[in-house]
Design a protein. Structure first.
Length: 321
């Protein structure tokens, strides 16, 4: 019988058997899969696990804290944080091309993770690396469809080739809903268990134009408002994803009080989908859109226009870059 309690008990037993008294490493991305995988392994072998969180500064408001504080509190995991915000900003300086951004973020991530992993392996003698691979990923990588090449998808939980670790994939037989049930069973915060899919390159590909600290702050603020209002309207689980995109190189004229403004537009991109291969723009209630628009233009001084993306996929992709 599939119950989350059974699956947790069974996974724990398997992990203990595999690992014995050796040491394990796991990279946390802020996403559901790596969090649940890490929590399962922690439950199984406790202090033999070390988690690494590369803080690239491209997560949304509260997400890094969710990993560094909430996740650690709930699981008791030993977490090493690589604070590399400045490094990523530096590497992205002057870059506007979407594919170039992805390559840079991917490359810097691997470098940071590799360096941290090598150091920890040296200090502690690590044998295993946890990956949050799900059943659909297993099937997909066996299939090799060409569609994946439209954008160079880079999974920030990715494995550097030259590190000599054996993989542990505790979610290998599970679908997403099962992973969420296991996460809930292990006591992970609701916001983490029900987090929408979020791209590895993070907000870096939701700023159209160069990524800067100021622009990240603006986008983070607007995105937090949109997410907050979606949750307040209890629509999280009906929406597949809700990207908020800053058109940082575009300005338009507006008026506020007695003054003319010349600010940036922000794009709301709520979509419904089953698997992200195709998607429909989500018909959010007007009241919700109105609330988001009013709040963003009132609370974010740099934004004077809010637009809604009503393009399906295809022909649009979910993300703008
Ligand atoms: P698109 O924009 O191609 O996105 O319709 C499809 C799904 O993939 C996510 N996405 C990414 N995920 N690394 C990721 O881990 C990436 O580089 C990446 N690019 C897009 C996107 O959020 C959507 O769920």
């Amino acid at each position: 019988d599939w119950t989350s309690a059974n699956i947790v008990a069974e996974s724990i037993e398997q992990i203990r058997e595999t690992v014995g008294d050796r040491r394990v490493l796991c990279a946390l991305s802020g996403g559901v899969d790596s969090a649940v995988a890490a929590a399962l392994v922690q439950e199984a072998i406790g202090s033999q696990l070390t988690c690494v969180f590369v803080d690239h500064g491209l997560l949304r408001e509260g997400e890094a804290e969710q990993v560094k504080e909430d996740f650690v509190r709930v699981t008791g995991v030993d977490l090493v944080v690589a604070d590399e915000k400045e490094r990523f900003l530096g590497a992205l300086s002057g870059v506007t091309d979407p594919e170039e951004k992805r390559k840079i973020i991917g490359r810097e991530f691997i470098r940071t993770f590799e360096a941290t992993a090598a150091q920890l392996a040296g200090e502690r003698g690590i044998d295993f690396l946890v990956q949050g691979t799900l059943y659909p990923d297993v099937v997909e990588s066996g299939g090799g469809s060409g569609a994946a090449n439209i954008k160079s998808h880079h999974n920030v939980g990715g494995l550097p080739d030259d590190l000599q670790f054996t993989l542990i994939e505790p979610l290998r037989t599970m679908f997403k809903d099962e992973v969420r049930a296991v996460g809930a069973q292990l006591g992970l915060p609701e916001a983490m268990v029900w987090r929408h899919p979020f791209p590895g390159p993070g907000l870096g590909i939701r700023i159209i134009g160069e990524v800067t600290a100021e622009r990240l702050d603006i986008l983070r603020q607007a995105d937090a408002i949109a997410r907050h209002e979606l949750t307040a309207a209890r629509l999280d689980r009906e929406i597949w994803q809700f990207p908020v995109v800053l058109l940082a190189d575009v300005r338009s004229v507006g008026v506020q009080g007695d003054g003319r403004t010349y600010g940036h537009p922000i794009v709301l991109r709520p979509v419904v989908s089953d698997d992200a291969m195709t998607a429909d723009w989500a018909k959010l209630p007007y009241e919700v859109l109105e609330k988001i628009s009013t709040r963003i233009t009132n609370e974010c001084p740099e934004i004077n226009r809010v637009v809604v993306d009503i393009t399906s996929k295809p022909p649009g992709t979910i993300e703008w870059e």
